[in-house]
Ligand binder design. Structure first.
Ligand SMILES: NC(=O)c1ccc[n+]([C@@H]2O[C@H](COP(=O)([O-])OP(=O)(O)OC[C@H]3O[C@@H](n4cnc5c(N)ncnc54)[C@H](OP(=O)(O)O)[C@@H]3O)[C@@H](O)[C@H]2O)c1
Length: 331
């Protein structure tokens, strides 16, 4: 017997992409070896782009967005997953070229899934989501480069956003002295409650560089902003420090001299949570569970319903969403 489920569906019309809540027949689910009853999804910057129909991320409509999902397995052709297992999925272009998490059912490839790490439930996993995975991959990359809590201050740019907020909370929990940069003066208390020892204005970092090297300020940086900010942060990074480049909220191009790399041994570490290899992904989720700053994460997370997403998608692209949004999808 075919059953139907609720989904937020994007359709393309003459006036662009429109979203509506619809009942979908289970037969319409894409191919895959594991079917999941989705309990929670999340909202990321990329979801905002998909919901607005920009960036050419979606190839085919109608489309179910949602780059993150967590839920329980209800059917499995894979030896790796049994009915009832709790799983999560981020990346692999799910929610872009594959149907995503804004629906009560998802059918996906087993190799994209990650079993929920001990200590995480579906809601907590989604309040981390792609943003949390990217933040942890950045922290792991910085640690691999030699970052330790006693070396100096660690900068987090785009502090009040999803990646930024989670990076601040985890770095603080790990004992790092964290400085947040933000374009929102009203977010200063919020950022300090997350653990930032100081907050600097976004504009302090976005001025184009006049010299190839500036005074050394940062032992490391998690950069969610990119653009001129990234160029300046590289020039301000201390000897043998590193910058993990996670995002481009402020621009996807930058110009830098080679001097931070050649005279200070600064590392520029690229972070890609979407295709992150499985072993590293599992390591990152284990660390996300182990080092979880639960109270801070709960404090920065708001829960919404599927029908609120089109409006929130617009807001996240305008830099108007603080912290993380989890989406209650099904039971
Ligand atoms: N590499 C990966 O695997 C990966 C994974 C997840 C996300 N990302 C990328 O990381 C970035 C952040 O994602 P997110 O989900 O955290 O988004 P988000 O919640 O919208 O956060 C982005 C933050 O950047 C700051 N910002 C926004 N517009 C800006 C501008 N024009 N100039 C300077 N700063 C600006 C804002 O922080 P303040 O208000 O505090 O200034 C904003 O909250 C995005 O570019 C996203 O695509 C990459």
């Amino acid at each position: 017997m075919n059953t139907s489920f609720k989904a937020l569906l994007l359709e393309q019309g003459a006036n662009g992409v429109s979203a509506s809540i619809q009942q979908i027949d289970e037969q319409q689910l894409p191919d895959g070896d594991v079917t999941i009853a989705v309990e929670y999804s999340g909202l990321n910057y990329k979801d905002g782009m998909v919901l607005q129909g920009i960036g050419r991320l979606v190839r085919q409509y109608p489309h179910v967005p949602g780059v993150d999902l967590a839920g329980r397995v209800i059917d499995s052709q894979s030896p790796d997953y049994q009915i009832g297992d709790r799983v999560l999925l981020t990346g692999w272009r799910v929610g872009e070229i594959h149907w995503g998490g804004y629906a009560e059912r998802a059918r996906v490839r087993a190799e994209w899934l990650v079993p929920l790490a001990d200590g995480l439930d579906c809601r907590t996993a989604m309040s981390l989501g792609t943003a949390g995975l990217a933040a942890m991959l950045a922290i792991l990359a910085l640690e691999d480069y030699g970052l330790r809590p006693d070396i100096g201050e660690v900068l987090v740019t785009g502090g009040a956003g999803g990646v930024g907020s989670i990076a601040i909370a985890y770095l603080t929990a790990l004992g790092y002295p964290v400085v947040a940069s933000s374009g929102r003066p009203e977010a200063v208390d919020y950022l300090k409650e997350l653990g930032a020892t100081r907050v600097i204005a976004r504009s302090e970092l976005s001025q184009p560089l006049e010299r190839p090297l500036e005074s050394e300020r940062w032992a490391g940086c998690v950069d969610a902003v990119g653009g001129d900010t990234l160029a300046r942060v590289l020039a301000e990074t201390a000897l043998h420090g590193a910058v993990a480049s996670v995002g481009l909220a402020g621009g996807n191009q930058f110009s830098s001299s080679l001097l931070p790399f050649l005279l200070r041994g600064v590392g520029l570490l690229g972070i890609d949570s979407t295709t992150c290899p499985r072993a590293r992904r599992l390591q990152a989720w284990k660390r996300l569970a182990r080092d979880l700053p639960k109270a801070q994460l709960d404090a920065i997370t708001q829960e919404v319903e599927l029908d609120e997403l089109p409006q929130l998608g617009e807001a996240i692209l305008a830099g108007g969403v603080r912290g993380r949004v989890v989406v209650k999808v099904g039971d």
